[in-house]
Design a protein around this ligand. Structure first.
Ligand SMILES: [Zn+2]
Ligand SMILES: [Zn+2]
Length: 104
């Protein structure tokens, strides 16, 4: 099996762009289809904040793929810090890095 056999087509939740990634390694987040947000994020005064996950939202939530460009933007926002980053927890790894490690 080559790495190419593992590539699938995804639709990024962040930027809505279609992209190719390894289905085993692609970054995913859980999104509640009713709010279109992760179940542990709420919008307060127009800004996303972390909240205790809504159990119903968590139950409803489905996995959505996130492209590496959006992972990079998110990481950059986390590193800048400030009010825009309070809901961001830690750095995410790009799927390519994960892929390299997982299938090396
Ligand atoms: Zn994206
Ligand atoms: Zn992979």
């Amino acid at each position: 099996m080559t790495a190419d056999d593992l590539i699938g087509m995804f639709h990024c939740f962040g930027c809505r762009v279609s992209f190719m990634a390894c289905p085993d390694c692609v970054t995913t987040i859980r999104v509640d289809p009713m709010t279109n947000r992760p179940p542990d994020v709420a919008i307060v005064d127009g800004k996303p904040v972390n909240v205790k996950p809504d159990p119903e939202g968590a139950h409803r939530s489905v996995q959505q793929a996130v492209c590496d460009a959006c992972v990079g933007l998110r990481n950059a926002r986390f590193e800048r810090g400030g009010p825009d980053a309070v809901h961001i927890e830690g750095i995410w790894e790009a799927w390519r890095d994960r892929h390299r490690r997982a299938h090396a």
